[in-house]
Design a protein around this ligand. Structure first.
Ligand SMILES: Cc1cc2nc3c(=O)[nH]c(=O)nc-3n(C[C@H](O)[C@H](O)[C@H](O)COP(=O)(O)OP(=O)(O)OC[C@H]3O[C@@H](n4cnc5c(N)ncnc54)[C@H](O)[C@@H]3O)c2cc1C
Ligand code: SF4
Length: 411
């Protein structure tokens, strides 16, 4: 620690920042953090001001500094990174959030009430803003804890859930009421919520798993696997039942599945239809998976499953791929290489190839609309992955805040 109580390495990291007139790093941050300014406040040895700047935009830096793909996001845009290494922005953010807490208080109750469905990052960010502005806020969550995909999807070896407990305490202090174990559409209807509250915000995430027709005993979509391992603590069940697994996909869900399974099974192979460069997963996750012994089959794809007479998975029928012109996503289009079929023997296959959004549990008529968080149903709004499609914690924090602001303007 230095005399002004700022950790020496944080001061060094801050001093390395050029305080660019046009801070490119901020273009890479999905929350829109004022990175240059909170770093400048550290240079001026004013931690309280630095924290004030950070929290004014990002209510949950304890999540983003640990979960963002900062190598591609903020740090990937840092000017310093062109000729050398970028400023370690996530480490500075971590230091601020570990040492200074958000001091904003709840606003005077204004007599208006908002229900939020789901307790993931989008919901929690919206609830903070709504309470600070004086709205009565109640969150309905089907699971028994807050965090959404961060709680049920991200394994504890890579994210300490104590940060969720911290957020839960802050939200309760601000006066948000939580209804856990309450599934909207089953335990309470959307209609009932609309009678009890002025507005409803749907932040139910993107939880419908795509399997592209793969089915059989031993074929389990990624989110379900992670739920069984993280929430239901069923590692021993999988360990007894399976030896070899193939994980199909290249995003964060695929990496979490592969890294969780390599801890309990003999052999885990990730099958990804593009090359490593195109993998959407966080860079750190890919490197960690390799170190832990996960095998990677790049430019390969699963065509169908091999099942035994009892319908149990005994292998995955795969084909090699090559890359063509960029497709609508901007990434090179993977094309099957004729005659290159082969089989991977395995008893467990995990499709982790994307999720989609559904509002059918609430009302089949609800649709999102472009350019507004207001849905096609009066007084019902949508935010987070449910609005954006599967994205990131940082993007959902911003979207939850944007939706809250739009709801407040609607009165
Ligand atoms: C395995 C995995 C790993 C990831 N890794 C990263 C990462 O490293 N970095 C990163 O930035 N992002 C990561 N993401 C993405 C990130 O977690 C999500 O983008 C983010 O959590 C979405 O926030 P959300 O609030 O919109 O929805 P979610 O977090 O999905 O939360 C939705 C909540 O709604 C609840 N719900 C759903 N339906 C109902 C209902 N009918 N009634 C009541 N409650 C309901 C759910 O139980 C859930 O708690 C990962 C996602 C997954 C699945
Ligand atoms: S929120 Fe994420 S992208 Fe933005 S500054 Fe923090 S670590 Fe970087």
């Amino acid at each position: 620690m230095t005399q002004n109580n700022i950790d020496e390495s944080t001061e060094k990291r801050a001093a390395y920042c050029l305080s660019c007139p046009v801070p490119r790093c901020e273009n890479g941050c999905p929350v829109g953090n004022h990175i240059r300014d909170y770093i400048k406040a550290i240079k001026e040895k004013d931690m309280a001001h630095s924290a004030e700047i950070l929290y004014s935009v990002n209510p949950f830096p304890q999540l983003t500094c640990r979960l963002c793909d900062y190598a591609r996001q903020c740090q990937g845009h840092c000017v310093r990174g062109i000729k050398s290494v970028p400023v370690e922005i996530h480490e500075i953010e971590k230091y601020i959030s570990d040492t200074e807490k958000d001091k904003a208080a709840a606003g005077q109750i204004n007599g208006r009430s908002i229900a939020i469905v789901g307790a993931g990052p989008a919901s929690l960010a919206a609830a903070m803003d709504l309470r600070r502005a004086g709205y009565q806020t109640e969150i309905y969550e089907k699971l028994d804890q807050i965090g959404g995909a961060v709680y049920s999807g991200i394994p504890s070896y890579r994210f300490d859930k104590k940060y969720l407990d911290e957020i839960y305490e802050d939200e309760k202090k601000l006066g948000t009421i939580f209804h856990f174990g309450c599934e909207v559409g089953r335990d309470i209807s959307l209609k009932e919520l609309l009678i009890a509250h002025d507005r409803v915000l749907l932040t139910n995430g993107a939880q419908i798993e795509n399997t592209y027709g793969l089915a059989g005993e031993g074929c389990e979509p990624g989110l379900s696997l992670l739920y069984h391992l993280n929430v239901e603590d069923q590692a021993d069940v999988y360990q007894k039942k399976y030896h070899r697994a193939a994980v199909w996909g290249g995003g964060n869900v695929a990496m979490d599945c592969a890294r969780s399974l390599v801890r309990i099974l003999d052999e885990v192979t990730v099958i990804y239809r593009r090359s490593e460069k195109e993998m959407p997963a966080n860079r750190d996750e890919i490197e960690a998976a390799k170190k832990e012994g996960v095998k990677f089959a790049f430019l390969e794809n699963i065509k169908e499953l091999r099942l035994d007479d009892h319908g149990r998975v005994i292998g995955a029928h795969c084909i090699k791929m090559h890359l063509g012109e960029p497709d609508a996503s901007g990434r090179a289009r993977p094309i099957e290489t004729a005659g290159s079929d082969y089989e991977i023997p395995c008893e467990l296959v995990i499709p982790a190839i994307g999720q989609s959004v559904s509002f059918e549990a609430f009302d089949a008529n609800i649709k999102k609309q472009e350019g507004t968080h207001a849905s096609t149903m009066p007084n019902v709004y949508i935010a987070g992955d449910a609005y954006l499609g599967p994205k990131t914690v940082a993007a959902c924090i911003k979207d939850g805040r944007d939706a809250a602001a739009e709801m407040m303007r609607s009165f």
